[in-house]
Design a binder for this molecule. Structure first.
Ligand code: DAH
Length: 341
């Protein structure tokens, strides 16, 4: 019997060591120490052991029972520790977390594309220009005097004295005219940058759409009609527009375009500052100096240009009160535009 006990001591310990999980441990506990287990049946066999040896064998067997019980307990603890540090077992066959919905375009992009669509309908095509721009295209070629305040470091992010982040999409006019013969009717959407402190109506980056039409007999009346068609198509109603005289270095004459306030229909409210009108863009007839900078022959062509802020148009259309909401990518805000636009 002593040999059997010794063998079981070694063999039992090996089997416990090999147990891979809690269920293995429990079935080993039954196989070794359960009512019909191996140790238990040895204990039952004690009655056949000669009297002289029985107390010693009994004590051996009890010791073995205690040892195997302790080994089972500590192996169980080891397995539990390991499971904790490894985390739950990964079941790759389980279905994943379903996505909460398909992604959609950002409202700014949707507005930008729908503005472009309206101009495509009038025969415009689309062009682009660089966001990192030469001071020459952003200012000089657009007839900005050397001491114009817009060149000031306060407004412009300069990369070096000759290179800046464009502050407007107007430089794309000059780049395009340098390589395109009239007649041309184009729009240039894109991101622009200004060194501004952010508040509800200012952001250091925002979007503009520039428009340019050049041919031999383009007039201010063509500009007015083009803008009216845009406003009617984009804002849906017969909103009146008006031109106010203004100054831009690159147009002469220059105007600011207002449309009747979408909120109060001209009566005067908080949104339009009680004026009944909302400013929507700058525009004018292309200045001869700009044609000259682009290399066009003198006195041959006339043209109109306009530039509008997409952010402002989007905010007016959807009643967004703070431009920063358009750049924070807060899904609670963005999800409101799902399927709306
Ligand atoms: N570039 C002007 C701005 O950022 C907007 C503008 C005004 C563009 C008049 C034009 C224009 O093309 O003719 O304030």
């Amino acid at each position: 019997m002593k040999d059997t006990i010794d063998r079981l001591r070694i063999d039992g310990a090996d089997r416990i060591k090999a147990a891979a999980n809690e269920a293995d441990i429990e079935s080993l506990r039954t196989a070794l120490l359960g009512r019909k287990g191996e140790v238990t049946s040895l204990l039952r066999g004690l009655k056949d052991v000669p009297d002289a040896e029985r107390p010693k064998m009994g004590a051996e067997l009890n010791r073995l029972k205690g040892e195997l019980g302790a080994l089972l307990d500590s192996r169980l603890e080891d397995l539990a520790d390991k499971a904790e540090t490894q985390g739950p077992e990964l079941d790759l066959t389980l279905p994943g977390t379903p996505p909460t919905g398909a992604g959609t375009n950002h409202p700014l992009l949707t507005v930008l594309e729908s503005v472009c669509d309206i101009f495509y309908g009038m025969g415009f095509s689309r062009g682009i220009g660089p966001e990192v721009e030469l001071d020459h295209y952003n200012f000089t070629a657009l007839n900005f005097p050397d001491d114009h305040p817009a060149r000031d470091i306060q407004d412009t992010f300069y990369i070096d004295p000759k290179v800046c982040l464009r502050t407007q999409t107007s430089p794309v006019q000059v780049r395009t005219m340098e390589v395109t013969e009239p007649p041309l009717a184009m729009i240039f959407p894109g991101r622009v940058y200004r060194n501004e402190n952010a508040d509800a109506s200012h952001s250091s980056e925002f979007y503009q759409i520039e428009g340019l039409v050049v041919d031999e007999a383009i007039s201010l009346a063509d500009l007015k009609e083009t803008i009216d068609i845009f406003v009617r198509n984009f804002f849906g109603a017969q909103e009146p527009t008006r031109f106010r005289p203004h100054y831009f270095p690159f147009t002469e004459p220059s105007v600011e375009v207002d449309m009747q306030c979408v909120a109060c229909r001209g009566k005067g409210c908080g949104i339009c500052g009680q004026t009944g009108w909302l400013e929507i863009m700058g525009a004018g007839m292309v200045h001869p100096n700009v044609f000259k900078a682009a290399g066009y022959p003198e006195d041959k062509y006339t043209g109109f240009a306009f530039g509008m802020g997409i952010d402002r148009i989007a905010m007016l259309k959807y009643g967004v009160g703070d431009i920063r909401l358009l750049y924070e990518n807060d899904l609670r805000f963005l999800n409101q535009f799902r399927g709306v636009l």
